[in-house]
Design a protein around this ligand. Sequence first.
Ligand SMILES: Cc1ncc(COP(=O)(O)O)c(C=O)c1O
Length: 426
Amino acid sequence: MDYRGIFEDAVDALRQEKRYRVFADLERVAGQFPRAIYRDRADNPREITIWCSNDYLGMGQNREVVSALVNTATRMGAGAGGTRNISGTNRPLVELERSLADLHRKEAALVFTSGFVSNEAAISTIARLLPDCLILSDQLNHASMIAGVRHSGMEKKIFRHNDVGHLAELLEAAGRQRPKIILFESVYSMDGDIAPIAEIADLAARHNALTYIDEVHAVGLYGPRGAGICEREGLMDRIDIIEGTLAKGFGVMGGYVTGSRPVVDAIRSYAPEFIFTTALPPALCAAARASIEHLKTSNVEREAHQRQAGRVKKVLVEAGLPVLASQTHIVPLIIGDARACKAASDMLLDRHGLYIQPINYPTVPKGTERLRITPSPFHDDAMIDELRDALVDVWARLDLPTRKISDQLSVRALPPGDLTLPTTGG
Ligand SMILES: Cc1ncc(COP(=O)(O)O)c(C=O)c1O
């Protein structure tokens, strides 16, 4: 058995399909975001500008956050030292869970080692505890939610993206008595569009279904206290379970769910992904809490973020670049071809020192390959002009599709038949 050959072939297959992922070796320098040191394959260092980080507000370099991490590590050591049940429940973690429950105005919160794990663990556990549960999942839900659905082993139905009419049909067909849970995101990470949260909450109430929302690309960024789109829209009390990450808007690491005490306690008591793993280190918990508490009272970062994201969209649209209209801080530039997308990303880095990772299938549907730009409050106007000039240069050199062409590429109109479970995100 040529085991080595089998794995080599599997990877080669991805290369053929232009789906092989090449990671950029980066050294971020606290205090200089979004500048960083990039090292090429020969380890030659070079200063670049990152335009695709999910540390959306740059909280990863915030002084309060960094000193909370350093002071706590110095005081309590590097690791948690055990599972939550066996000596790993540390004081900063307990305080973090209280801070998160307060943020989303819920009875309780539970912290996991990542947002991926929180979705996978919470969804699979909740669905398994509901007898004959039917899961209703948005077509563009993240890979971690799909992993939870699959792991639950329960029946699922996929509704077309943000299509409340289709969701209503599926709920109607399931009947009022059957336990049901609706899974969706507030901000979809690749298109930057927002779910019709109020309509979905209305349907859930009418058809007696639970609601589970992933606010991973919204927490810290939206709402008067940074709790997300549900807070901004005054809908937090209408959603049963709110899931988020500590790794994007808050700039650290980890994931969490919030909800009623019984549902959170049930996940705590049944989820193997929570029970049989080491707890999040106290230093990370203290850093995440410092970030959350800072953003509960400060709108400075959010306002600057929205201002700079808005300016990026305006400047790139005026330059005739194929910006996909988004309601949020995510700025997708549609290229529609995996090879061209990779070439554009490489040329931006090599010729202009600007780093934007190409996003290809299966993260996005074939034909909608894109550069996903995520401006931060630290991308100043000069950097935005530099980005525009670099993109215009690359678009001309590679003869890439301009705005006129991208408008014809209505990326969101996925063919109705395509209701399989794609693996999106990450
Ligand atoms: C929508 C969504 N949910 C969950 C996750 C997982 O979060 P984390 O990075 O904390 O594992 C991601 C990560 O990219 C995501 O995009």
